[in-house]
Design a protein around this ligand. Structure first.
Ligand code: NAP
Ligand code: F7E
Length: 324
């Protein structure tokens, strides 16, 4: 039974990856950071089947201990300060978690499990002000936020440890991927949750920033399969993962509101508070290399994804009401 160590197991991707690897027969060990509460909502249904160890990307010794104890065959580094907007208000912390945290983890792996395979969660935010469209593995990076800058560092330190020390380390450059488990602060979930609350008469509007930016949105459940496939390749390399299609935030609103028979124009208000100091205007992947070399393709398309999220948010609010 192979062992996988997942940082960020309590996050959106970590929860789907844990499910996916358990189904494949892995022993799954998840790193969690100490908190005064235990917010394991996304993995509550897995809690008896995974092992949790306490460590933090800020703390080198805890990472060394976690790797020494778990003895992993595969390490998936999904932990990060992952919200782009927060990276302008907490730029130093974002750099510590999202950039230097990766060096700490690679250093721990180099010492405690040099034969393990390492996955780094790179991001389409690294392309930022895009140099070509669609974006592929060879497209130059031009990050537009402290988060994007931190991810570029994390990406290159992963390449560097591969080339310097022969570690089997790969980066998946993943475009936006969403699900009912997406954090409420991200725009897809913010919109689908608002649609649910408006449809149930709990509120009548939602405040958004820039409606014209374009994103390549896929389903998180499909993307964790790509992570695993990357680590099974005999030679470590980096891959772009996305759908190859792109939509504006406005189109996202149209899709989500019209599903419940609502007109987004009557419910979406502009708020300068949600406009970013620098924007990434257009992202769209060229995932052809992943298709050819990994045999990976997305299964859930945009409309199905948005409807799945609206349905889930409606059900959650109905259940909460019923429980009161
Ligand atoms: P997420 O839901 O925000 O989860 C982030 C995880 O990181 C949480 O489990 C969080 O733990 C953990 N974490 C944060 N700081 C930590 C620290 N100092 N030490 C240990 N753990 C820490 O993010 P996600 O959407 O699943 O994304 C997973 C990864 O992929 C992230 O690295 C993200 O930047 C990257 N990425 C995401 C997307 C996307 O569209 N989702 C696209 C490209 C790349 P707590 O529960 O304790 O907060
Ligand atoms: O913003 C616009 C916003 O926060 C998408 C992370 O997972 O994907 C994610 O980063 C777009 C931006 O995701 C609001 O300006 C308008 O253009 O959902 P988001 P993101 O910034 O693309 C990448 C790949 C990652 O790696 C990240 O970790 O939507 N937008 N109005 C808004 N965005 C938010 N959040 N809230 C608004 O009110």
């Amino acid at each position: 039974m192979p062992t996988a160590l997942i940082t960020g197991i309590t996050g959106q991707d970590g929860s789907y990856l844990a499910e996916y690897l358990l189904a494949k027969g892995y022993r799954v060990v998840g790193i969690v950071r100490r908190s005064s509460t235990t917010p394991y909502d996304r993995i509550a249904h897995l809690i008896d089947r995974v092992e949790l160890v306490s460590a933090d990307l800020l703390d080198q010794t805890s990472l060394m201990d976690a790797i020494e104890d778990a003895k992993p065959d595969e390490i998936y580094n999904l932990a990060a300060q992952s919200f782009v907007a927060t990276s302008w208000t907490q730029p130093v912390l974002t750099g510590e978690f999202t950039a230097l945290g990766v060096t700490r983890l690679l250093e721990a792996m180099k010492r405690a499990a040099p034969k393990a395979r390492f996955y780094q969660a790179s991001s389409s935010e690294q392309f930022g002000m895009v140099r070509e469209t669609p974006q592929k593995e060879t497209t130059p990076f031009y990050p537009r936020s402290p988060y994007g800058v931190a991810k570029v560092y994390a990406h290159w330190i992963t390449v560097n440890y591969r080339e310097s020390f022969g570690l089997h380390a790969v980066s998946g450059i993943l475009f936006n991927h969403e699900s009912p488990r997406r954090g409420l602060e991200f725009v897809t979930r913010k919109v689908t949750d608002a649609v649910a609350r408006i449809a149930l008469g709990m509120t009548d509007h939602v405040e958004l920033g820039n409606l014209e930016s374009r994103r390549d949105w896929g389903f998180a459940g499909d993307y964790v399969d790509a992570m695993w496939r990357m680590l099974q390749q005999p030679t470590p390399d980096d891959y772009v993962i996305g759908t190859g299609k792109t939509w504006t935030v406005r189109e996202l609103c149209e899709e989500a509101f019209s599903y419940k028979g609502l007109d987004y124009k009557a419910h979406v208000r502009h708020s300068a508070k949600h406009v970013r100091p620098a924007e990434v205007d257009l992202l769209v992947a060229d995932p052809s290399r992943a298709k050819t070399e990994l045999g990976w393709e997305p299964k859930v398309e945009f409309r199905e994804l948005i409807r799945m999220m609206v349905d889930s948010d409606v059900a959650a609010h109905v259940n909460t009401r019923a429980a009161k």
